[in-house]
Structure formats: C-alpha cells, structure tokens
Design a protein around this ligand. Structure first.
Ligand code: HEC
Length: 190
C-alpha cells in the first residue's frame, strides 16, 4: 500500500514537471490566429457556463428597460464592444478571426442568456480570453444599460428599433432569421 501511494505521488510530480518543461522549452503555440479545436471549445464552454452558474449572483437589473436606457445601452455597445462583437450595421467584427478563442458575433447571433449571466460576464470578463472586465472601465449604470440592450436585441421596442435604423442604416427587423457562420465560437446551451 505504501508503495502504491508513493507511486501515485511520483506520477503526479512527474506529470507536473513535464507540463512545466513543455511550456519552458517553448513547445506550446502562442498564435491567436488559429481556430480552437472542437473539443477545446466544448470543454472550455462547459467550464465557463458551470463557473458562471456557481459564481454569478442572481441579480435583477436595477434600471427600468426604458427606451432611453436601451438607447444608451446601444451607445455603450457601439463605443466599447462593437470592435470585437460586431457592429450595429450588421458587419462582422474585423477581429472575428483574430482572437483565440474568437469573440462571439453578438449582434448577428444574439445571446439567450439571462441578464444576471450577461452582467456577470460583462462586469468580470472571461479569463484567458480577450473579454475584458468592464467593471474597471465602465460605470455600474452603463454595464446594466448594455446588459439590458443585449438581452433584448430581438425584442426591442419600436422607438429603439427606429433609433437603431436612423443611426446605423439597418435594424434587427431587417435581419431576422439570418444565419451567421461562427467559427469556433463557443455554443450556448442553457
Ligand atoms: C477585445 C475584444 C472584446 C471586447 C472589446 C469585448 N469583448 Fe466580450 N468577449 C470577447 C471574447 C473573446 C469573448 C469570448 C469568451 C469565451 O470564448 O468564453 C467574449 C464574450 C462575451 C460575452 C459572453 C460570455 C459568455 O458567457 O459566453 C458577453 C456577454 C460579452 N462578451 C459582452 C461584451 C460587452 C457588453 C462588451 C462591451 C462593453 C464586450 N463584450 C467587449 C471579446 C471582447
């Protein structure tokens, strides 16, 4: 029994040292231009969802989903998020294939997560990806406004849709049901 336990410990230590050696000898790739393999996307996506389920407080949006707040949220999105997640004129982001993992194109593929989930992702970011923690850059109010906007992308009130169309030349109405081919972005399933 003693040797058995010793064997397990030695195996763990050897595996740990080997992993560090692999990294130190420069054997791990650093290019962000690659597409993550499907198994990695699946495992990482499940881990992200599970961690958010465990850590994110179930909070409600303290702001009313008024036309003005949603329009403000649209503006916050345009100024801070569109560069990675796609612009409001329905063009994919210039960086769509330039990050590892790639940023989901939220305008073209709206998320169906609840507001507490979106707010947590926005506030705390996603470690080991390009998703920043916006709590360090935006006010609480602006984070809630963009959360409200993103959670209602497909059911915005008429005045907000009109504003969208006026400023960006098109609106969700005109793109309803279109498919956008995502490459390696993690799938949503909750
Ligand atoms: C520099 C690029 C970049 C910017 C700017 C950026 N994001 Fe992200 N975002 C990402 C990436 C990359 C992911 C994918 C993370 C992953 O694969 O898990 C992501 C994921 C997300 C998610 C989904 C998290 C989940 O649970 O799947 C939300 C919501 C989100 N971003 C919202 C925003 C909002 C709102 C802004 C602007 C305030 C923003 N992002 C700005 C790169 C960015």
């Amino acid at each position: 029994m003693r040797f058995f336990i010793l064997g397990i410990i030695v195996t763990i230590v050897v595996a740990f040292v080997a992993a560090i050696a692999i990294a130190q000898f420069g054997l791990l790739p650093t290019s962000a231009a690659a597409t993550p393999p499907a198994f990695e996307t699946r495992i990482a996506g499940n881990a992200l969802d599970a961690s958010m389920d465990r850590h994110a407080p179930r909070v409600n949006n303290p702001l009313p989903a008024s036309d003005q707040n949603l329009i403000d949220g649209m503006q916050v999105y345009d100024m801070n998020c569109a560069v990675c997640h796609g612009s409001l004129d329905y063009k994919p982001s210039l960086l769509e294939h330039s990050m590892y993992p790639p940023p989901p194109q939220i305008v073209m593929e709206p998320l169906d997560d609840p507001e507490w989930h979106l707010y947590y992702a926005i506030r705390t970011g996603v470690r080991y990806t390009g998703m920043p923690a916006w709590s360090k850059a935006l006010s609480e109010q602006d984070m809630w406004k963009v959360t409200a906007f993103l959670s209602r992308l497909e059911k915005l009130p008429p005045a907000v849709q009109e504003h969208w169309k006026k400023v960006y030349g098109t609106s969700p109405e005109e793109h309803h049901g279109e498919e956008h081919e995502q490459h390696g972005a993690h799938e949503h399933h909750d």
